[in-house]
Design a protein around this ligand. Sequence first.
Ligand code: FAD
Length: 512
Amino acid sequence: MSKAWDEDCDVLVVGSGGGALTGAYTAAREGLSVIVVEATDRFGGTTAYSGGGLWFPCNAVLRRAGDEDTLEDARTYFRAVVGERTPRDLQDAFLDNGAPLVDYLESDEDFGFMVYPWPDYFGSAPKASATGRHIMPLPLKPEELGPLRDVLRPPLGTDRAGQPLPDLVRGGQALIGRLLLALSKRASAELRPETVCDELVRTGDTVEGAVVGHRGRRYRIRARRGVLVASGGFERNAGMRARYGVPGQVRDAMGPAGNLGKAIQAGIDVGADIGLMSEAWWSPGITHPDGTSTFSLWFTGGIFVDGTGERFVNESWAYDRIGRVVIDRMNAGRLTLPFWMIYDDRDGVRPPVRSTSVPLGETRDYEDTGLWVSAGTLGELANKIGVPAAKLIATVARFNTFAESGTDEDFHRGDEPYDRSFADGASPLVPIETGPFHAAAFGLSDLGTKGGLRTDATARVLDTSGEVIKGLYAAGNSMAAVSGTVYPGGGNPIGSCMVFAHLAALDMVAGR
Ligand SMILES: Cc1cc2nc3c(=O)[nH]c(=O)nc-3n(C[C@H](O)[C@H](O)[C@H](O)COP(=O)(O)OP(=O)(O)OC[C@H]3O[C@@H](n4cnc5c(N)ncnc54)[C@H](O)[C@@H]3O)c2cc1C
């Protein structure tokens, strides 16, 4: 392949999730020419599947609603839960720059946000917020997006379960929709679907551009100010998962098919350092007849039991905390998949799971595949799912005493605000007493890997000796996450994608 450049731009952005498009928008708004390359035929990545929640402490939207949080309290909380797992200046960059980013976006009429109370995920940590530090984009009407809706990755219900598009564009759809709208008004930004970046071009200490491929044609793009790798994680790449020891399986990952880690690998190939490579944002996943286990939350009843018939976790914890307990127990040889949700018949045979990212299908399909099992007594149920009957009966009896007293002596379910958020503040301890009894199979799902290229606090990628690789930036799930090995609160993944992509773009605007 010729070493000549085929094209020039100021900023090349790899990927089109929340981070990538925020970086592209910032660079274009500040007058730079931008090319966005997206591997698949739709823009938006996992972000378009998401709730679009953003954890930005003390931002203007929260302030207008009367929030009296302080940045120091938010810092105390974040430090307490993330600890020393990631550099302090990286943590500070995230904490300090969320609110200014909201101001920056709100100064453009294409953006609008609303408060969406969502408690921090570690309610017992110092300065945890019971209402959260969480906002969401305002929904859009489809007609406001016009033809852009056709290039926006549809929600999971449509993409994976063939449901019709919803009447309103909300959550992550609205976030990506608003970014696409704003970008469509900037002539200096161009978005290219079905274009994969798998090679970076480094000369000396500088990344000068990249090689991209589109339908069999490979070409070289020079990026005068830099390349931003914001191409999500590598959760859909079985080889990389195995190499870096990421628990779980590709089929249970929530990211779209393009999240193969090719641009992360390209960064490694030009000398970038990496971090947190075995990490992901975890969740229990309800198992579907096609064998996939998908991100599930909002449990209005039920308990989880392992193969011994015992509870092993606070079922009302945030999904990542539950996922990590599942992984720890699997690693210790104390849990094999599936594990089971046990519940009674008060709401019928369908499990008390109010939010399944992929909609549940017909009850019969789950029953026919042995994923949902029912029996007249707990003993019979235990026999059907292969757990010791006496143990399951004792586990449920003990849990029912907790439900009666209102105190979970084993796992403290209901002690923290998040635990109670899906029960309108009431106790989430619902007794299991009305037969027939049911069990639903669960596996381990992930919302995407969160290990990647190591960066400084301006999202500049570092090499293995800690030096900046000029012209190379990373954000979102392509960078070693600022949150390390925890998920501090709803909105951290996308919030950190957006902040670091914005900082990267501003650094490129300042020139190098
Ligand atoms: C159902 C669900 C709900 C969620 N809700 C929230 C929430 O409310 N708040 C929150 O903070 N987080 C949420 N998350 C997590 C969050 O969505 C992701 O962590 C985040 O969106 C990842 O953003 P990203 O920009 O790093 O990558 P993505 O949004 O996944 O985008 C990556 C894009 O890059 C493309 N790409 C990959 N490789 C290449 C390449 N080599 N060349 C070109 N393009 C490439 C991919 O095709 C993809 O389109 C949720 C996740 C799920 C599944």
